[in-house]
Design a protein around this ligand. Structure first.
Ligand SMILES: [Zn+2]
Ligand SMILES: [Zn+2]
Ligand SMILES: [Zn+2]
Length: 168
């Protein structure tokens, strides 16, 4: 996005959730959405596997990801996802989500990796939140739908589903 002060393109400071304007030195804090994701960049050449609209550069907890502003899904590196599972926590006063099973239909969805266009593998995730994850083993990325990060963060317990898939 461009600087609201001088109009020059702003850049995302790695590890931060704000944008810096190198031209006038101002700092801009973009809005944090309900999933805790901050859209930090302009649309990229990668398309959302569900909406076919451009994914934007975004950040959560200082980690980079690609985010669809339309369906609010995100493409997150496997390493980053594991970091988020370990660090996303309920804020004081927030209630845990009620336990929920994913729907079988979520497992039969077929989506293609936005990076390499290969069909992604769809698994129930073994960690908290009872979510279904679409994974591209070649690119080491996961597609996470809107609200799924919140469900991981706000899961009432973290006991894994027996036999469910773990990120390798
Ligand atoms: Zn500026
Ligand atoms: Zn989308
Ligand atoms: Zn891929």
């Amino acid at each position: 996005m461009n600087c609201p002060n001088c109009g020059a393109p702003m850049r995302h400071e790695p590890g931060q959730e704000f944008l810096v304007c190198d031209s006038c030195r101002s700092i801009h804090h973009p809005e944090v959405n309900a999933d805790g994701i901050v859209v930090t960049g302009s649309p990229t050449g990668r398309l959302c596997p569900l909406c076919r609209l451009p994914l934007s550069e975004a950040a959560i907890l200082g980690q980079s990801l690609l985010h669809c502003p339309n369906c609010r899904g995100s493409l997150i590196a496997s390493e980053t996802f594991l970091f988020l599972v370990a660090h996303l926590r309920l804020k004081p006063g927030e209630k845990p989500f009620p336990p929920r099973q994913f729907e079988q239909a979520e497992l039969s969805r077929a989506i293609d990796c936005p990076l390499c266009s290969r069909r992604m593998d769809t698994h129930p995730y073994a960690g908290p939140g009872n979510i279904v994850i679409d994974n591209c083993p070649g690119c080491s990325v996961n597609w996470i739908d809107s609200q799924e990060l919140r469900r991981v963060a706000a899961a009432p317990d973290s006991s894994p589903n027996p036999g469910a898939w773990k990120i390798p």
